[in-house]
Design a protein around this ligand. Structure first.
Ligand SMILES: Cc1ncc(COP(=O)(O)O)c(C=O)c1O
Length: 323
């Protein structure tokens, strides 16, 4: 509740906050409660693929809007607009983003709010990386800009506190809850059906979010995440045929690969060939519902020595690889 206040989420009471066995469980729960067969929901491409999976599992139709590499991977608002129709129920944003590492500025968030308002759409905002923002930037919760809309904001401790195995996340319903009364009943029902989320993990949230935030030491110059980003961005983009937008948040980068140069037509095959030849595991862009074979995701959490070895091997591999 205090965290919701710090993020300026409007119209939130204690009963609007749900804990979950990770954000994952809550994504599944909110999609199941929302989507009837054929209902559409706007989801980013590339996405964190659980969103697409859970929307599909609920019988909904995920409709992917483009995040534009030319614009620092921000959502393409015109593409979003084109894909809205009378079956569209909601817009999902992932901010900061997995897999691109993008952080959306307030102006972009405002445009999404305006669109959601025009079409009366629910906004789902996955903000699990909101405490992992670099370069002195500030994360803005989209719900803080939309007191008249119904928003669901997700966060958790898996990333900021690096305790993914504890399985603790939460979601906060905010804004205009009157227009979502039936939906909230559905959420309550599904939430009650699983009895409760992991209680020992719930008990650590207040302590984890209060006081000194050790993650803040990681994301400034001299800190692990910051320095690893600096290293991996430079080392990878120094390889001929690889370019990238420098990530500003989270711990991912989504580099582009020159498919003509390497004759790549199948990115899954590219990932498997790299794994077999060099024992380096990346995830190909299509794993994030990206529909061209020209990207892959890097997780830059390993220490610099490990990243150095891995990037070196990717460089060697690309000297001879032609698909
Ligand atoms: C964008 C995003 N949302 C949610 C999750 C899931 O987090 P949790 O461990 O809280 O289930 C992840 C994990 O990678 C993620 O990247």
């Amino acid at each position: 509740m205090q965290y919701a206040q710090l993020k300026h989420l409007p119209n939130v009471t204690m009963s609007d906050i749900y804990t979950g066995n990770g954000v994952s469980e809550l994504i599944n729960l909110t999609m199941s409660a929302l989507l009837d067969t054929g209902d559409e929901i706007l989801i980013p491409s590339p996405d964190y693929p659980l969103w697409t999976a859970c929307a599909t599992l609920a019988g909904g139709k995920p409709v992917h809007y483009i995040c534009d590499e030319q614009s620092d991977w921000y959502p393409d608002i015109e593409d979003m607009r084109k894909k809205i129709n009378d079956r569209t129920k909601a817009i999902v944003i992932i901010n900061p983003n997995n897999p691109t590492g993008a952080l959306y500025p307030k102006e972009v968030l405002q445009q999404i709010v305006d669109l959601a308002r025009e079409h009366q759409l629910i906004i789902f905002s996955d903000e699990i990386y909101d405490r992992l923002v670099m370069d002195g930037k500030e994360h803005v919760s989209i719900a803080s800009l939309a007191p008249d809309l119904f928003c669901v904001t997700f966060s958790g401790l898996s990333k900021s506190h690096m305790i993914a195995g504890f399985r603790i996340g939460w979601m906060i319903l905010s804004g205009n809850k009157n227009i979502a009364r039936d939906y909230i009943e559905g959420i309550k029902m599904l939430s009650n059906m699983r009895l409760c989320s992991n209680v020992p993990a719930q008990s650590i949230v207040q302590t984890a979010l209060g006081g000194h935030q050790s993650v803040n030491d990681y994301i400034v110059p001299g800190g692990r995440i910051y320095e690893q980003r600096e290293y991996v961005y430079k080392a990878l983009t120094d390889i001929p045929g690889i370019s990238a937008v420098k990530p500003q948040a989270a711990f991912y980068m989504f580099p582009k690969i020159d498919t003509k140069k390497f004759n790549i037509v199948n990115d899954e095959k590219f990932a498997l060939d790299l794994l077999r030849d060099k024992k380096i595991l990346i995830v190909q862009g299509s794993g994030f519902n990206w529909h061209q074979p020209d990207h892959f995701r890097v997780v830059y959490l390993p220490r610099i020595e490990v990243l150095k070895e891995a990037v070196g091997k990717i460089g060697e591999f690309l000297q001879y690889y032609r698909q």
